[in-house]
Design a protein around this ligand. Structure first.
Ligand code: FCB
Length: 474
């Protein structure tokens, strides 16, 4: 592997062939919810439940990318992007989640893929980014095994109809969030709050990954297949003695990361995880863990922020502390005061990305890694000159790309980076209030305005290098 190296002007360069892209997801950008035979997804239903989404926003129109995709692809081309990670809306191509396909839905994705090919932009296609067909939810959703089997059928149909146009498949986006937010805390669709259902969903999502990978490869054996996990490095607050919190560190890492990574890599559930999170043995059929452990061509890592631990008393919390999710005594989660937070409340910690990449690379030596999402929300606005000067995002991207380049230098096999997101979009429970795009979207007019971060990112892509810090932000 070629290593990232500092250039004469101090820029940290990336290896030749490093893939630069942007990411989106169907429900967050497409809109056209009732167009051309699309079926209902759990997010259509959930976003109509009063109180679930800020201001009652829905993805009905979103960025209207279903109609405006040529403009969005042209935007990516103008920024010099080489690849685009987007997701397929399952209910758009198979409205009920099983049975007949919707030809018009497939035609939309064919046209999008052709548009990308026309601009020499590779497609990294996520099969499932949280928008389960409502009919499958009505039959139990991820709480039941049959959903994993329907997902395998869906994977097969995508490979058959779209496979000739796809460069890379990503089976699932962040199954940890699907299981936790969708079934345990209920803050995401389908809004279930049932720990047992969440534990079962964990297994069925993983099984779907394994069955789906097999289905994709049965049609297109040479197209790379991977999965995207949201990963959270578990870090210790300054001054914390590692042995004080070691059990908590292992348990938190197991819950957030290893619960999905270990089955996928090694066909086993991790040791240190709370019992309530582990799928019960009656949902794990013989052979399931072997099915889940399909060879991976790459691993997608989404990184936003870490979790910090320190010794403390969960029953007597100090400022910026919370009870530790692992529920062990003598330890709390903590937001260090010296780290910035984004408007999401998420800590800005580029060293967390560096540590995470090294950790994952140690866990899966040699496996190509992609950062399939990284970025931040910011309070973006169009200034009187018509520009969006998102200095916070430029700084965030700069620091994280710098960390990624250093991780490559330290031997991590990082093959590409996708910024989240190309466009401001429907940010789940936050609706349109949280802007993550490098391109501003005026949701009244659908006008797109590339932000300062888009220009910064285009410069990075062109140079295949991160500029020295003051140059980047000043
Ligand atoms: C990730 C999701 C993505 C987006 C970002 C901010 O967890 O995969 O859709 O919402 O967070």
């Amino acid at each position: 592997m070629t290593q990232a190296a500092p250039s004469a002007n101090g820029a940290l360069s990336f290896p030749p062939g490093f893939a630069w892209g942007a990411a989106t997801a169907a429900y967050q950008i497409e809109g056209a919810a009732n167009t051309d035979g699309r079926g209902l997804s759990i997010w259509d239903t959930f976003s109509r439940v009063p109180g679930k989404i800020r201001r009652g926003d829905t993805g009905d129109i979103a960025c209207d990318s279903y109609h405006r995709y040529p403009e969005d692809v042209a935007l990516m081309a103008s920024l010099g992007l080489q690849c685009y990670r987007f997701s397929i809306s399952w209910p758009r191509v198979q409205p009920g989640g099983s049975g007949p396909v919707n030809q018009k839905g497939l035609d939309f994705y064919k046209a999008l893929l052709d548009e990308l090919a026309g601009k020499a932009i590779d497609a990294a296609v996520t099969l499932y980014h949280w928008d389960l067909p409502q009919e499958l939810q009505d039959n139990g959703g991820w709480g039941v095994r049959s959903t994993a089997e329907r997902y395998a059928d869906y994977a097969l149909l995508l490979a058959e109809h779209l496979g000739d146009r796809v460069s890379r498949w990503i089976t699932l986006n962040e199954p940890q969030v699907s299981a936790d937010h969708g079934y345990r805390t209920g803050v995401h669709a389908p809004g279930v709050t049932d720990a047992a259902a969440a534990a079962a969903a964990t297994h069925h999502l993983l099984l779907a990954h394994g069955l789906g990978a097999q289905a994709l490869r049965s049609v297109r054996p040479s197209t790379p297949v991977g999965i995207t996990l949201d990963m959270h490095p578990v870090r210790l607050a300054a001054g914390t003695q590692p042995d004080q919190v070691e059990a908590a560190r292992l348990a938190t890492d197991a819950e957030l990361n290893a619960l999905f990574l270990e089955p996928v890599l090694h066909g086993r559930y991790p040791e240190h995880v709370r019992a309530a999170l582990l799928p019960p043995s009656d949902v794990i059929a013989d052979g399931d863990l072997d099915t889940i452990r399909q060879p991976l061509d790459f691993l997608g890592v989404n990184y936003y922020s870490p979790v910090f631990l320190r010794a403390g008393d969960p029953d007597d919390l100090r400022r910026d502390e919370e009870p530790a999710r692992c529920e062990l005594p003598g330890v709390v989660e903590y937001w260090p005061a010296d780290l910035e937070r984004t408007p999401m409340g998420w800590l800005v910690d580029p060293e967390g990305l560096y540590d995470l990449l090294v950790q994952v690379s140690d866990a899966a030596p040699g496996l190509p890694l992609y950062i399939t999402e990284n970025g931040c929300a910011a309070e973006d606005y169009v200034d009187p000159y018509g520009a969006v000067n998102d200095v916070e995002r430029v700084s965030y991207l700069h620091q994280h790309l710098d960390a990624a380049a250093r991780a490559i230098k330290a031997g991590v096999n990082l093959a590409g980076y996708y910024v989240w997101s190309l466009l401001d979009n429907f940010e789940w429970g936050w609706g349109y209030q949280r802007r993550f795009g490098i391109v501003f979207v005026d949701f009244e007019t659908q006008r797109r305005i590339p932000k300062a971060s888009a220009q910064f990112y285009a410069d990075v892509v062109r140079a295949n290098a991160v500029p020295p810090y003051p140059d980047a932000v000043g």
